[in-house]
Design a protein around this ligand. Structure first.
Ligand SMILES: [Zn+2]
Length: 434
């Protein structure tokens, strides 16, 4: 008999992007499974605004004035062009060294990878007019690949966005080979209001000490992807956790959360932390799961807490015999919103070897998902939550250390809540004396 956790993941392995009927359908199914265990889940609706591309074109303008069109998609929340489009000189920018950054004024640039705040700052300073970022690999074909939808993250700059596009890597190669002089591009966006939902299950502690532990995972996916690995796996692990908590009640109250719209800017968890100051006040820590279940790859634990926590977690891994690598870093996932509201976190994920996992593509499906891996991960999640929820004294101090604080403020930019709060100092053990 196939394991239940695998069946659950299979059931929600369909594309479930933010704000769609499929996102709702996935959560309705997860809610049914939770009800069948004997819990009454609550739903919380939230909305957010975004500007989605309705028209995006990019053409290489050759020496003789002729144009060659390339398939592109616009970046969400980028800047529109004039309706007739814009023409600019072109530059290829595989690195951000001084030579590459010189003479970029008024140019349109081709970039690789995810833009950092500092990279974007330098591009703006250099005076670029717009940019395209590559998507996929040179091995793709039009039939087997999709253009990744990316978003202009509002922490990138106070100066705001520029016209921005995503182009397939195979087209980027052709674009460069065309020996183009200029590019001609158009971007039209439409403002829309997106509705999504979080699900909340409160498992009351057996001895209420006014302390809460939050465990959460996002259940949405990016477009095109079936989101089995990222992050159907985390969502179904939360259901296994609820089954375990039903069988073995714990001392502290555990709130299990399933977040919507993580992929479009951690929207569900942001809505939750903003709406529940009374819960945040009592929450000692947040355990997040984002990415898991693949037969290939290593288990990762991102520690968003004081450095002693990493030591504690590594001892705990030895105790329970679970192989995982600890990484003291802000995880770009729902746990980051809890960090930004002063709540430390442990964020569980899985990293694949090169070519062994394709996040945010159509290849994130059930093909590499293994039921034993899923079960092992769910077992570790349960061990960790039970240990924390039953500890006599909570082992993780409610402190966001300096380094993590900087990461969070940088990550959220103008939206950072932590930036408005004074730092909470870490209390070290007192010196010994008789
Ligand atoms: Zn994810």
């Amino acid at each position: 008999m196939a394991k239940k956790i695998y069946e659950r993941l299979k059931t929600i392995s369909f594309s479930r992007p933010s704000g769609t009927a499929e996102e709702r359908k996935a959560l309705d199914y997860l809610a049914q499974e939770i009800q069948a265990i004997g819990y009454e889940p609550e739903f919380e609706e939230f909305t957010y605004q975004r500007k989605v591309p309705v028209e995006a074109t990019l053409a290489a303008v050759l020496e003789d004035g002729s144009e060659v069109n390339f398939q592109v998609t616009g970046v969400v929340d980028a800047l529109e062009t004039a309706p007739e489009g814009e023409t600019a000189e072109f530059a290829y920018l595989p690195s951000y060294d001084e030579v590459s950054l010189a003479n970029l004024k008024g140019k349109f640039v081709l970039l690789h990878g995810r833009l950092s705040k500092e990279e974007y700052r330098r591009l703006r300073k250099a005076g670029i007019k717009g940019y395209a970022i590559t998507s996929g690999t040179v091995r793709d074909t039009y039939e087997n690949s999709d253009l990744e939808t990316v978003r202009f993250r509002d922490n990138l700059s106070d100066a705001g966005p520029l016209p921005a596009f995503t182009i397939r890597m195979i087209d980027a190669v052709e674009l460069l080979r065309s020996k183009l002089a200029k590019v001609h591009y158009t971007l039209r966006l439409q403002e829309e209001s997106v509705q999504s939902r979080n699900l909340i299950v409160t498992v009351p502690g057996t001895s209420d000490q006014g302390e809460i532990l939050v465990a959460g995972a996002h259940y949405d996916s990016v477009p095109f992807s079936l989101g089995s690995w990222d992050n159907g796996a985390g969502a179904v692990q939360m259901i296994s956790l609820l089954e375990a908590l039903k069988a073995h009640p714990v001392k502290r109250t555990v709130k299990v959360l399933l977040f919507g719209s993580e992929e479009t800017g951690l929207r569900g968890s942001r809505a939750y932390v903003e709406a529940h100051p009374e819960v945040i006040e009592k929450t000692r820590a947040m355990v997040n799961v984002d990415v898991g279940g693949s037969i290939l790859g290593k288990e990762l634990l991102f520690i968003g807490a004081v450095s002693d926590t990493e030591v504690w977690v590594r001892q705990f891994l030895k105790e329970v015999g679970y192989a995982a690598v600890t990484v003291p870093k802000l995880m770009s996932s729902d746990s980051a919103n809890f960090n930004d509201y002063g709540v430390p976190s442990i964020s569980i994920g899985q990293g694949a070897p090169q070519g062994g996992g394709y996040m945010h593509t159509r290849y994130d499906n059930m093909e590499l998902i293994d039921e034993d891996v899923l079960e092992r991960e769910a077992g570790f999640l349960t061990d960790l939550v039970e240990r924390l929820a039953n500890a006599k004294v909570f082992p993780i101090p409610k402190v966001i250390p300096e380094g993590l604080r900087k990461e969070a403020i940088d990550y959220f930019g103008k939206k950072s809540h932590l930036a408005t709060q004074p730092p909470v100092p870490e209390e070290k053990p007192l010196p010994f004396h008789f």
